[in-house]
Design a protein around this ligand. Sequence first.
Ligand code: NAD
Ligand code: HSE
Ligand code: NA
Length: 431
Amino acid sequence: MANNDAPIRVALLGAGTVGSQTARLLVEQADELEARVGRRMELVGIATLDPVEAPWIDQSIVTNDAAELATRADIVIELIGGIEPARTFILKAIDNGASVVTANKALLAKCGPEIYAAAREHGVDIYFEAAVGGAIPIVRPLRESMVGDRINRIMGIVNGTTNYILDEMTTKGLDFDEVLKAAQDAGFAEANPTADIDGFDAASKAAIMACLAFHRDVRIDDVHVEGIRNITAADIAAAKALHRVIKLLAVVKQNDKDEISAGVYPVMLPETHQLAKVGGSFNAVFVEGEASDDLMFYGRGAGGAPTASAVVGDVVTEARHRVHSTVGPDIPLYSNAPILDAADDTSSYMLRMSVFDKPGVLANAALVFAKHGVSIKTVQQVEAEGDDGTHELWVITHAVSDRQIREVVEDLEKSVNDIKSVLTVIRVFEG
Ligand SMILES: NC(=O)c1ccc[n+]([C@@H]2O[C@H](COP(=O)([O-])OP(=O)(O)OC[C@H]3O[C@@H](n4cnc5c(N)ncnc54)[C@H](O)[C@@H]3O)[C@@H](O)[C@H]2O)c1
Ligand SMILES: N[C@@H](CCO)C(=O)O
Ligand code: NA
């Protein structure tokens, strides 16, 4: 900036759930933020395609021309979402010398490394605390606080909608469709909840965390994704009987050979595990560092005000850097570590099967597991309510890969005289 006393010009692109609350904090806290930054921040424009009415919105600075607004600010906050035109607006802002704050996990999981490189080339900041875990500080801890450590594994509940659905199913015994509908009627889950319930929102966050944790270019296409659409009330009840709960986890890890993998899938956790206790729409991220040992970050992963808290924290950071004519740390993606398919990661699995109650069924099922080299840890037969003579057989295996277990299931389903169907296949983590 030419004039060292001039206010720092802030442009807000998007004034929806998060954008509107971001504007509120910037306006209502203007004096406090000035004191914390050491210079006034001035909201010079708000771009939106929808009318936005709120006492803190100055209608005279509202525009529908985000591209133009992106060129006349020192800090551009992108809260539009999606890939385009958000990507173009961000690159335009960077090209114009502005620092950028974004909450756009979908964009960063697809194009983050290009955006980080553009920011580096132009000597500006790119901050995105809100993109993972909303208000929870997790991006900055991975990017800065833990940068001296080796991160072995991160397990996160990073999607509030799916955690809410699973928690309601667990505490109220309801089925998936019922809870989803109630959540949509209450305006909690989106009308099109695919990105949430099929795991893609969590996968975006997994890719972003993997980049930061392993200093490797990891994109959403590198993440193995399974959602919660097929989880039933009976699965939840089975988990309960085993003193476990089902959670949708984003798991990124680095093995002893420095190979990395990233996956999103439902997991049965012991009910005593820290992540098992994360209820409602809360998020939590469990980080295992070589030197740090276990760390846990917990809080609100979504919602206008909580997400705006993280956004404005980033704005203040960038404004401070502007005052001191500096920029924050780079995001060096120097690693060439192989990225493995998380479907090849091994874990214990539970298979819930509907079987006919007659001699030899257990032996025949065990033979199928043996044929595929899959070792059984426990077997349990459970009385079922059906009147077709079936019972449930619950098998928990020792560690196998997802591929191996799918082959076992395929073979089990061929044993039509013994096994009516395989009802559920789900990973079981001990910790
Ligand atoms: N809602 C949350 O709880 C939450 C949490 C974490 C991250 N995020 C991320 O924050 C971002 C914003 O989410 P949101 O929930 O506030 O979205 P939203 O749909 O409520 O708001 C989007 C805003 O962008 C505006 N917009 C869209 N296209 C535009 C264009 N071409 N030019 C100008 N304005 C345009 C819309 O008019 C609206 O004001 C997304 O990237 C989202 O993934 C949201
Ligand atoms: N749809 C996301 C919003 C936060 O990214 C969730 O349910 O967690
Ligand atoms: Na965060």
